[in-house]
Design a protein around this ligand. Sequence first.
Ligand code: AMP
Ligand code: MG
Length: 323
Amino acid sequence: MIVLGIESTAHTFGVGITDGKVELANEKVIYKTMGGIHPREASQFMSKNAHQVLKSALDKADLSLDDVDGIAFAQGPGLGPCLRVGGTLAVFLAKQYGKPIVGVNHCIAHIEVGKWDLGFKDPLVVYVSGANTQILGLAGGRYRIFGETLDIGLGNAIDVLGRTMGLEFPAGPKLETLARNGKRLVELPYTVKGMDLAFSGLLTASKKLVGKVKNEDLAYSFQETIFAMLVEVSERALAHTKKKEVMLVGGVAQNKRLREMFENMVKPHDAKFGSPKPAYNGDNGFMIALTGWKMFEAGIEHDPKDLAVKQGWRTDDIEISWH
Ligand code: AMP
Ligand code: MG
């Protein structure tokens, strides 16, 4: 079965195609911005580019829409106007070409593509993107959330501090480079509440130090503190679940220092650590196609009438019946 998947939750409009065995196409455009994402502007950018991305994905796979057996799209969570661009296109294609359709959860698609890329079976998942920070694992047929941020996403915290320092968005890679040359560890608020994390106190304290502490030392101290909070909670989830694989996904997973901290953390637990390749850590259409493919194979199909977008859709709302 050949499935075409559409991603449009935030800044990326992507179209991926798979037959469940290989990636046949994974095309995308990314809305670039200096500040945060403006939902309406991002959605207009998507509408303008959707046709071209769809066409180049089909060209890449050397297929026409008639060859596609099912349509999948990211139904949530994400920004309403952006989600609706992908949702409208998906429903149109399904109706026009008489294909079945499924709505895919974006966070679960990140997990599925990571497992596919790494060959992992049942990992503890640490999902760290701009908007999301969650520690998840499959238990009793659902991805249970063991810990999560109580305020903003980790990537967002990095970007806001970066903006205060005058770094361009996304600040993650630049802050990482600065941090590598940091020498002095400045004490910053460390807020772990049970299994959850709060970043706003740390962020406020760090923003106040911009201009007073060397950027390199501040970047270093901020990274060490915020990553240690994440690793602490992840380690407790690992010890509790006794899983044998830990998978780091999402944009922040690109950070080498964070990966190093996770590699050290898993060793005494006799677990493997991995993170998918950058093309799959970023938002992409292939991960939606792959998850859609698994859902179709498990007999899942949705009625287009029930496919309104779900901006705040939670990962643990979904019964995972396709394993
Ligand atoms: P996503 O929301 O999954 O697209 O991820 C984007 C987020 O990842 C942004 O907040 C970036 O600043 C962050 N990011 C990207 N590369 C890095 C890096 N090397 N270190 C830390 N954060 C990063
Ligand atoms: Mg994402």
